[in-house]
Design a protein around this ligand. Structure first.
Ligand code: TXA
Ligand code: MG
Length: 320
C-alpha cells in the first residue's frame, strides 16, 4: 500500500521520517515529482532502481537543501559556483567531481567519480530535505522510460503499491526536469536541456554551452537513452494537423480539423512556452489514456524552454 500524505507539517515530517528509515517517498519538486530515498544508503537507493525498473548504470541526482550542503558532497569549480549562485534554489542540476567526504552512495552515482547535485526551489521539497538532514536521491517518479509524473495521481498510476508514500502538493510548476550541466574539467557541458533555458546559463558562464554527444557509448545522462518519456501511443512530431485516427497535441492557434481528431489537447493556445512545459507530460498522459494508436504534435519553437520540450518530444517519438 502506498500512503497518500498531505503536504502539511505532519505530512512533511512523516515523509522525512520514512526517508530516514530507508523508505521510498514520491516528493513534489518545482519540475516533476521525484522518487526519493536516502542517497547515503545503498539499500535505499537500490529500492529506487527496483521500483522504477531503472537500469542501475543510470546515476541519480542527489538533492540538498542549500549550496553549503551541496559543497560537502562535490567540488565546485568557478563555473559551478557561479551557476549555483545564479540558479539555486531552482531547476538546475550540476554534475561535479565528488568531494573527499562525499556521502552519496556509489550505487546512486553508478560508480562514477562525479555526482549530480540539485537544490530544488519547491518549498515542500526544501522542508523535507531540511528535516531529512542528508542527501536525498530522486529520479523522476515514473516507471523507467515512461512519461515523467507532474502530479501525485500520475505518480500512483506508475508506482502505486511499489513505494511507501506520495507527498501530494498538487501539480508541479515547471513541468519539465532540471537542466543538467557538467562542470568537470574545462568547458561546462549541457547534459540535458531543462527548466533553466540554455541562454540563461550561457549568460552566466559567458560562453556557448556544448550539448553532450547523443551517440555516446555509456549514458552519461538520462537523455542519452534515445527512447524515453514514451507514451504507449506512437508520437509524430512537427505535424501541421492530425491525420485520421490520430490524437492531436497542439501549440498555439488550432489548425483546421484538429477538433475532428480522436482526442485533442493544446499545450498553450497563446504559444506560451512556460505554460506548454507545465502541460507537456500531463497532456501526453491524458491523450495516451484515451488508447489512441498515435499522437500528432504541433511544432514547438526552439527558444527558451522550447529546447527542453523538443528534447522530451524527440525521445517520446524515438523508435522503441
Ligand atoms: O528535475 C529533475 O531533475 C528531477 C527532479 C525529481 O529533481 N529529477 C530527474 O532525475 O529528472 P532523473 O533520474 O530522471 O534524471 C537525472 C539524470 C540521470 O538520468 C543521469 O543520467 C544524470 O541525471 N546524472 C546523474 N548523475 C550523473 C553523473 N554523475 N554524470 C552524468 N549524468 C548524471
Ligand atoms: Mg526521468
Amino acid at each position: 500500500m502506498t500512503r497518500h500524505l498531505e503536504a502539511s507539517e505532519a505530512g512533511i515530517a512523516e515523509a522525512a521520517t520514512l526517508l530516514r528509515q530507508g523508505g521510498l517517498v514520491a516528493l513534489p519538486t518545482e519540475t516533476v515529482y521525484g522518487l526519493a530515498a536516502d542517497a547515503t544508503s545503498g539499500t535505499a537507493v537500490a529500492s529506487i532502481y527496483a521500483a522504477k525498473e531503472r537500469p542501475s548504470f543510470n546515476p541519480l541526482i542527489a538533492h540538498l537543501p542549500d549550496l553549503a550542503a551541496a559543497r560537502r558532497q562535490g567540488l565546485f569549480d568557478a563555473n559551478a559556483l557561479a551557476l549555483a549562485k545564479a540558479f539555486w534554489p531552482g531547476p538546475l542540476t550540476l554534475v561535479v567531481a565528488t568531494s573527499p567526504g562525499c556521502e552519496v552512495s556509489e550505487l546512486a552515482r553508478a560508480g562514477l567519480n562525479s555526482v549530480a547535485l540539485r537544490v530544488p526551489s519547491h518549498p515542500v521539497a526544501r522542508a523535507v530535505l531540511q528535516a531529512a538532514g542528508r542527501p536525498i536521491a530522486a529520479p523522476s517518479a515514473n516507471r523507467s522510460g515512461r512519461v515523467s509524473a507532474t502530479s501525485a495521481a500520475h505518480v500512483l498510476v506508475d508506482l502505486d503499491g511499489r513505494i511507501d508514500a506520495v507527498l501530494d502538493a498538487g501539480p508541479t510548476q515547471v513541468g519539465v526536469e532540471s537542466t543538467i550541466v557538467a562542470c568537470l574539467d574545462g568547458a561546462p557541458r549541457l547534459l540535458r536541456p531543462g527548466g533553466v533555458p540554455r541562454a540563461a546559463i550561457e549568460g552566466v558562464i559567458g560562453r556557448a554551452l556544448v550539448l553532450a554527444g547523443e551517440a555516446g557509448a555509456a549514458p552519461i545522462s538520462p537523455g542519452l537513452l534515445a527512447s524515453h518519456y514514451a507514451p504507449a501511443a506512437r508520437v509524430r512530431l512537427e505535424a501541421e494537423a492530425p491525420r485520421f485516427g490520430e490524437a492531436w497535441l497542439g501549440f498555439g492557434p488550432e489548425p483546421e480539423g484538429s477538433s475532428k481528431s480522436a482526442a485533442s489537447l493544446n499545450l498553450s493556445l497563446t504559444g506560451d512556452l512556460s505554460e506548454a512545459a507545465a502541460n507537456l507530460f500531463g497532456h501526453l498522459r491524458r491523450l495516451d489514456a484515451q488508447g489512441v494508436a498515435a499522437i500528432a504534435v504541433a511544432s514547438i519553437p526552439m527558444q527558451g524552454l522550447g529546447e527542453a520540450i523538443n528534447d522530451r518530444l524527440r525521445r517520446a517519438a524515438a523508435p522503441r
